[in-house]
Write a protein that binds this ligand. Structure first.
Ligand code: GLC
Length: 467
């Protein structure tokens, strides 16, 4: 027993929480399947770098490396007030943002609403009706005026893969993050939103369609000139950085080769051809039961929407093998997506007795302290893998661009709310890029880009209108 404890790193457990040998064996197997050692991390990051090049070279590759038509970083002198809408994986946020230049915090007035489940899986007209209603309420509540002769400029953050041939249009390629709305894929999302706004007599012009990662990159650069990458570690996982047009062979454009162009990598789709990521049976189950099997392989192993679900599948498996919650009714736990990543955060920060109560309110299962301790260990395993994988994409961009120092501007619930994600991510990045991690002094380090999507949309709108 002692040997098993030490191989699992669990020596400190009080004896009353000792798990049975079959339970320890199952835990050890899970740890083995989810472990990504430093060598493997390096191999994944190397393949990631290849996929960045492939995506820039040709259409139809795993990474779509979307041109955003954002030409360069802000100067920090952009000013003005802008309406922005951020349609993410969980919420819609409508904002009125006032930019006052680098050195002054932008002023944000905002309204956040949860996107109802019926909208996420409904029809296009429901989605755009919901978005237009949210804008309409906000504009009325705030007394913002828009008329045919003086329309309001809107920066629209739409955090899904779109193919753009200008800043003001974009065809949705495929839904991600569990969305499955009919009638939008293949269509220009700006035209669809325009139509819904016109139907409400709202004189609002979309002046910039952007991704949340581009928003994080630009918002952060507006305040901090050391920003090199914008990333989201939230419901989904993705990053944006700056290329030159000449390094994007697939792009047919008369623009000079040295024109800067922000690239939205859409790297949640990394390794869709399954060459390098060590997928477990749980990852395969998530993919199989998702609305778009075969897509977003990397995201399904590392992003917030899926971490809780991977964890739930593991504990259901333990239950099925008689290793957890033996005499309990697990019918609620058996429902997909009943556990979200917030509970995994709690498992790593709250006390065991509190967690017993939290787990019962989520799942209806009364777990023992020993069982909750096991849940904590399993949560660590799942989120450690997520954090280590999340470092691979950023390391790949840094290697490709020869970036040796700078700030990675990050927003998203996993980065912002999980207690250990950032330190595990930093350690993994250091392992790939070969330095000793000391988070405060790491040459490339994560900085918060809170509200980056909204502020970024406003800054891009300002950059665009100035030209
Ligand atoms: C998904 C989307 C991508 C977005 C990311 C983070 O991967 O496809 O556009 O940036 O989630 O929200």
């Amino acid at each position: 027993m002692d040997a098993m404890f030490s191989s699992c790193g669990l020596q400190t457990l009080p004896t009353e929480f000792a798990w049975s040998p079959p339970c320890l064996r199952a835990l050890t197997a899970i740890q083995r399947d989810f472990e990504i050692d430093d060598e493997k991390l390096k191999r994944i990051a190397a393949r990631f770098e290849e996929e960045l090049y492939e995506g820039l070279s040709k259409h139809g590759e795993n990474l779509t490396m979307e041109a955003t038509w954002v030409h360069g970083l802000p100067k920090g002198t952009e000013t003005g007030s802008f309406l922005t809408v951020d349609l993410g994986g969980t919420n819609i946020r409508v904002c009125w943002i006032t930019l006052r230049g680098r050195g002054c915090q932008p002023e944000i007035v905002q309204k956040l609403s949860h996107i109802p489940e019926v909208v996420k899986t409904g029809e296009a007209h429901q989605l755009w009706g919901f978005v237009a209603d949210s804008i309409d309420h906000f504009v009325r509540e705030r007394g913002l005026h828009c008329t045919a002769s003086s329309p309001l400029a809107l920066g629209f953050t739409f955090s899904y893969p779109v193919r753009q041939d200008s800043l003001t249009n974009g065809r949705l390629k495929t839904w991600t993050k569990g969305f499955d709305i009919k009638g939008v894929e293949g269509e220009d999302v700006v035209s669809q939103l325009d139509k819904a706004l016109r139907a409400k007599d709202l004189h609002i012009d979309v002046v910039a369609l952007i991704n949340d990662t581009t928003g994080a990159l630009i918002a952060s650069s507006y305040m901090d000139a050391e920003t090199v990458i914008g990333a989201i570690f939230g419901t989904g996982s993705n990053a944006a950085y700056m290329e030159n047009v000449g390094s994007i062979p697939k792009l047919k454009t008369p623009l000079p080769p040295d024109t800067p162009m922000a690239i939205n990598c859409e790297y949640g789709a990394f390794d869709n051809s399954h060459r390098v990521l060590p997928r477990t049976k749980f990852d395969q189950m998530i993919d199989r039961d998702s609305p778009r099997p075969g897509e977003q392989t990397f995201e399904k192993m590392s992003a917030g929407l899926y971490l809780g679900e991977i964890f739930r599948l593991i504990i259901c498996d333990f239950h099925d093998h008689g290793l957890l919650f033996k005499t309990q009714n697990v019918s609620r736990l058996a429902r997909p997506y009943t556990i979200d990543t917030a509970f995994l955060s709690a498992l790593e920060s709250d006390t065991l007795p509190n967690l017993v109560g939290k787990f019962e309110s989520i799942s209806g299962v009364e777990a023992t302290l020993g069982e909750v301790q096991l849940l904590r260990r399993l949560a660590e395993v799942v989120t450690t893998r997520g954090a280590r994988l999340s470092a691979c994409g950023i390391a790949a961009i840094c290697k490709k661009k020869g970036i040796r120092e700078g700030h990675v501007a990050v927003d998203g619930s996993v980065a912002n709310k999980h207690p250990t994600f950032k330190s595990r991510w930093a350690k993994a990045l250091a392992a790939i890029l070969d330095w000793q991690s000391d988070r405060e002094r790491d040459p490339i380090r994560m900085v918060g880009a809170k509200d980056g999507s909204g502020i970024g949309a406003a800054v891009i709108a300002a950059m665009h209108l100035r030209h």
